[in-house]
Every structure is written in structure tokens, then in C-alpha cells.
Ligand binder design. Structure first.
Ligand SMILES: NC(=O)c1ccc[n+]([C@@H]2O[C@H](COP(=O)([O-])OP(=O)(O)OC[C@H]3O[C@@H](n4cnc5c(N)ncnc54)[C@H](O)[C@@H]3O)[C@@H](O)[C@H]2O)c1
Length: 337
């Protein structure tokens, strides 16, 4: 065969060089992915978790395989393969998670690109919160609270600050005070019009939040409903932070994908098994709100919980956007298969 297949390898640096460190590209890609999800123009098998010590291991010690086909005008398939150890930051001076995205041409199903995954994964997760805030937070919200101040928190907050210039104050809380200080200093440097408050405890930060983001690594809930102010929007990125009563008392509970959310003994799954929550009690999947099939926020008083497990379609759509830009701008390294 004369046409030897190749793949394009894109490092994190290559991804940044085509705009991959700012939120715009991911918001566009994730919006498209969520709309296609609502229109059922996607394929996304349930993600398997590879855990070496499933019984006693830490919740964040795992490798997850996330395959998807994303339809629409320019279909693409792919896989995110992302590994995590909770003590990578403290013991190894490494970020908690790293991985690869493989993109496949849906005509031949051959691989066409391999991309560094942790930036894409973090930024697409932040884009989910941005889209959630657009439809589910109070208009013109100013106060954001963030639980946990690691890598994911940083991307959540920089993306929110880029997309919502009306934010005036960020309340940070982390069990590790140094992590909160570090993130606070970085945010002050980049967004000097914004007030950064390091909270003494989780409760005082959450009580201030019109938008509350969780980005910790806890496996037991600590955030009760009574801490939430009227009109709060919670983007429960780290999934296990929010007590069962928030699911039961919030005016609207929204997930990204019901089947992905109702498993793995996550809080929602525990409630379903106890007979206290169900698909019928769910307000919507986020994509349904984006395409207007279901309502977003309807009053300033509503307390709304978004519980996004994270979907492969978001990773693959974002990676495709980056790949297309990289091809046009001639970035990355071509490798023979
Ligand atoms: N839903 C999604 O799509 C999605 C995508 C990516 C990551 N995540 C989740 O985001 C979370 C954060 O990831 P990361 O890479 O930033 O991790 P990280 O280890 O870099 O940061 C986590 C931070 O949380 C702090 N923390 C731990 N327990 C806390 C508590 N009870 N209260 C306050 N702070 C606490 C830690 O000190 C640490 O600074 C993980 O749980 C990960 O699974 C979710």
C-alpha cells in the first residue's frame, strides 16, 4: 500500500498553541456534544473503571476508558483513557490525572490522532459548568464558591471568569490551605478586578455562593442543603460532595446522562437503590435544556443542582476541534502507524 496511514500526535504544548488553554473552543465543542446527546446522535458505551483495589482503594485511584461516537455534520469516534492517583500531587509532585485521547476516522475506523488528555478533560469539564451556569444560574450572578483548589478547580474558575465578566468575588476553600492560597494568588494575578476570599471552612464559602462548584476528591458528602442560599446553582463536578438531601430538596436536579449517573454507588445511584430518586424525579439531562426541550432556570429563587459525571462525547468533540485547528496550523508530530 502506498498510502501508509499516519497519526498526528499533539502534546499539551501543541494543544495550547492552537488555543487549548482558553475556554471558548471547549464551550463551542461541548455545546455541540450536548446538543447531539439530546438528539441521540451519538454512541457512548458505559465507561469501565479499572481499579486495582476496588474494595479498599481511594475513590480517585483508577484508570477510566471513555469511548464515544459523536455524530452531526462532521462525525468522529474516539476514546479517552485517563489514569488518576489521589496522591500524585502530594507524593509524586504530579497532577492527579493524565491520559490520552485517541481520535478515529469514522469511515475507516482507523486512528487519526493521539492527544494529551488532561488539559482537554479539565477544560471540557469547565465548559460543562459554563453551559450549566448560562442556563441554570441566576442572571448576572456575582459570587462564586469553589470547594477544592486543585487542577480542576483552576480550570473551572478561569473558564467561569473568562465567560462571565460580571463575577465580582470568588470564595475558595481547600482542606489544604496552601492549595487555596496558591490558586487565589494565581487568580488575583490574572483577573485583578476580582476579589478572592480564602474561606476558613467549607460552610462559609458555600453560603456565599450564587454559583457553587465542587472539585475535591472526597468520597463522603459534607455539603448539606441548608448551606445553599436561595437561587444557588451547584455544579457538582466531584460528584460525592453533596448530601442526599440536596438531591431530594433542590427545585431541579439535572445530570449530563442518566445512565452514566445512576451507577458506581454514586450518591444518585444510592438514592435510586433506596427508592428515593428516579429518572422521573430528574428534571432533565443538560443537553435537553440546551436544545430548549426542557426549561432551564425559571425563577430567581430556585435551587438547582447539576450533577455531571463527565461524558466521552465532550472529550471527543473537544479533541476533534483541537485536531482540526492543529491540521490547519500544521502543529504536532506525524507518526507512521
Ligand atoms: N465530573 C467530571 O466530568 C469530572 C472531570 C474531571 C475531574 N473531575 C473530578 O474533579 C475532582 C478534582 O480533580 P483535581 O484533578 O483537581 O484533583 P486535585 O487532587 O488536583 O485537587 C483536589 C483538591 O481538593 C482538596 N480537597 C480534598 N478533600 C477536600 C474537602 N473535603 N474539602 C475541600 N477540599 C478538599 C485537596 O486538598 C486538593 O487540593 C476529582 O474528584 C475528579 O474526579 C470530575
Amino acid at each position: 500500500m502506498s498510502n501508509r496511514p499516519t497519526i498526528l500526535y499533539l502534546s499539551q504544548e501543541d494543544i495550547i498553541s492552537v488555543g487549548g488553554a482558553s475556554s471558548d473552543m471547549y464551550v463551542t465543542a461541548v455545546q455541540r456534544a450536548l446538543e447531539l446527546h439530546a438528539k441521540r446522535d451519538f454512541v457512548q458505551p458505559l465507561k469501565p473503571y479499572l481499579r486495582v483495589d476496588a474494595e479498599n482503594g481511594h475513590i480517585a485511584d483508577r484508570i477510566i476508558a471513555m469511548p464515544a461516537y459523536v455524530g452531526g455534520e462532521a462525525p468522529v469516534s474516539g476514546l479517552k483513557w485517563i489514569g488518576s492517583k489521589h496522591d500524585n500531587p502530594s507524593k509524586r509532585g504530579m497532577e492527579r490525572a493524565s491520559g490520552l485521547v485517541i481520535l478515529n476516522d469514522p469511515v475507516s475506523n482507523y486512528p487519526i490522532a493521539v492527544l494529551e488528555a488532561s488539559l482537554i478533560s479539565g477544560m471540557r469539564t469547565a465548559a460543562v459548568t459554563v453551559l450549566g451556569a448560562r442556563h441554570l444560574a441566576k442572571k448576572g450572578f456575582q459570587q462564586v464558591a469553589c470547594m477544592g483548589c486543585g487542577v480542576i478547580a483552576r480550570m473551572q474558575l478561569t473558564s467561569l471568569l473568562e465567560q462571565f465578566p460580571h463575577i465580582t468575588t470568588i470564595h475558595l476553600y481547600d482542606l489544604n490551605a496552601e492549595a487555596a492560597q496558591r490558586l487565589g494568588n494565581d487568580l488575583r494575578e490574572r483577573f485583578n478586578h476580582v476579589e478572592i476570599v480564602i474561606a476558613p471552612d467549607a460552610e462559609s464559602a458555600v453560603r456565599k455562593g450564587e454559583v457553587v462548584v465542587t472539585s475535591t476528591v472526597v468520597d463522603k458528602p459534607y455539603l448539606p442543603f441548608e448551606w445553599l442560599q436561595k437561587g444557588a446553582f451547584v455544579s457538582n463536578i466531584s460528584i460525592m460532595d453533596v448530601h442526599k438531601d440536596v438531591f431530594l430538596l433542590a427545585d431541579k436536579v439535572i445530570v449530563d446522562d442518566w445512565d452514566q449517573s445512576n451507577r458506581e454507588k454514586k450518591v444518585i445511584n444510592q438514592l435510586v437503590e433506596e427508592g428515593k430518586f428516579s429518572r422521573e424525579k430528574l428534571h432533565a439531562e443538560l443537553g435537553e435544556i440546551l436544545i430548549g426541550r426542557r426549561a432551564g432556570r425559571e425563577s430567581d429563587d430556585e435551587i438547582i443542582l447539576l450533577n455531571p459525571m463527565g461524558m466521552a462525547v465532550e472529550d471527543i468533540a473537544s479533541a476533534q476541534e483541537i485536531y482540526q485547528k492543529a491540521v490547519v496550523e500544521n502543529k504536532g508530530v506525524r507518526l507512521p502507524l
